[in-house]
Design a protein around this ligand. Structure first.
Ligand code: 57M
Length: 352
């Protein structure tokens, strides 16, 4: 909105710049989160304690039984407000990611709400079906946008490009649903999901900026995607809200993000990666989410095939918990790994 008002109407040049709007989108959403979180946390606490708390099926986190969940709500509110204020509203991709964030937050929010109410939530089949339906809508929006390029690009090997054609649609669905569930699986310790999320969001805000700038993109030999630079402003709004959430989710957490947060953040990361054609880089930057997911797949397969477990418990963070590693140590070490993965992913821009 500010772009249209201050640049287009009042001719103030500063508001033209993605970088300027991005920085202030970050501050705006951070302060909105700080402002509304205490109020929402209080409401969630009351609602949850009336319902008897969220009981996990194994012991070890009993002291967290009354920590309210669904804090993802204030991340989404802050991002939507900040993005509407600082983004160009005539940009197609901005509306796509706003739709992604809100639709996945609604799926997750309904699940969180029902989990608190009747302890079960929606069935995993229904939840998965809803994710597929919304991801398909998003995939069709992206695929049929006139400039969409159906090639899959790989880091390191600039000559390697695979034209997926129509198969790009199921591929987009896979990336969005996969990332969304991977962030959800990771969300089991204070700060464990939001740390790697803000690191991935920061990395992608740089990548979106570069992808949307024809000179930088051609200098770095990455696909140029016209208008995608505006995603930087959106992602910086998400970064601000994520940091604001971490303020309250840092150990000992006053609130958890719930599926409303994890599904929506994951889906947004997947959608941005597809738009700017950096799906492979997402697997590197989000390596922690990938590892958590693979640990579950390996554990289930091994148990079914051999009757033996590979990990003491999957996802991976439970394995370390069971080994007696302190919660904070697991979380901070995961952040360290995420930062290293992000730096590695950015370094691949130069190795082509
Ligand atoms: C939800 N939910 C957290 C909170 C958060 C297929 C299987 C691997 C699925 C998996 C699963 O259900 N994962 C998704 C995990 C829960 O957190 C809530 O859920 C939201 C995210 N969706 O926002 O609302 C608990 O996690 C703790 N927590 C924190 N701090 C945070 O900031 O401490 C969360 C956020 C919270 C809190 O205690 O209550 C969870 O872990 O329950 N299932 C599993 O992860 C189960 N693993 C398992 O069964 N492994 C098996 C097989 C299937 C691979 C094996 O290894 O043999 C674990 N789930 C639970 N207990 N509840 C096992 C132990």
């Amino acid at each position: 909105m500010f772009y249209h008002l201050f640049y287009e109407v009042f001719d103030i040049n500063l508001f033209k710049y993605i970088t300027f709007r991005g920085f202030y989108a970050l501050f705006t959403s951070f302060f909105i989160t700080l402002l509304i979180a205490p109020f929402i946390i209080e409401k969630l606490k009351k609602f949850q304690s009336k319902a008897g708390g969220y009981v996990r099926e194994y012991t070890g986190h009993e002291n967290k039984q009354f920590t309210p969940t669904m804090g993802g709500i204030f991340i989404v509110i802050a991002v939507v407000i900040s993005s509407l204020l600082w983004n160009r509203l005539d940009n197609f991709y901005v509306w796509v990611v706003l739709f992604t964030m809100v639709s996945f937050a609604i799926i997750g929010g309904i699940d969180d709400y029902l989990k608190i109410k009747n302890k079960k939530g929606i069935s995993s089949k229904t939840k998965f079906a809803l994710q597929i339906i919304f991801a398909t809508v998003i995939a069709l929006l992206i695929y049929f946008y006139p400039q969409f390029d159906t090639h899959l690009y790989f880091p390191f090997i600039k000559e390697l490009q695979i034209d997926l054609g129509l198969l790009y649609i199921p591929f987009i669905v896979f990336i969005i649903v996969g990332t969304s569930n991977a962030v959800n699986l990771t969300d089991g310790l204070d700060g464990l999901a939001i740390g790697p999320s803000v690191i991935a969001v920061s990395t992608f805000s740089i990548l979106a900026y570069v992808s949307g700038n024809s000179k930088l993109a051609s200098y770095l030999l990455i696909p140029y995607v016209a208008d995608s630079g505006e995603l930087t402003v959106f992602l910086m709004a998400l970064l601000g809200a994520g940091l604001g959430f971490l303020w309250f989710n840092s150990f000992p957490a006053e609130v958890f993000m719930g599926d409303a947060g994890s599904l929506s953040i994951g889906a947004v990361l997947g959608t941005v990666a597809v738009i700017i054609k950096q799906e492979i880089i997402l697997a590197i930057v989000g390596g922690v989410f990938v590892a958590e997911t693979l640990s579950v797949i390996a554990q289930v397969l091994s148990y079914k095939l051999t009757g033996r477990r590979i990990f003491l418990m999957a996802p991976l963070h439970h394995h370390f918990e069971k080994k007696g590693v302190e919660e904070n140590k697991i979380v901070i070490r995961t952040w360290i790994i995420s930062i290293l993965l992000a730096v590695f992913a950015l370094s691949t821009l130069k190795i082509r």
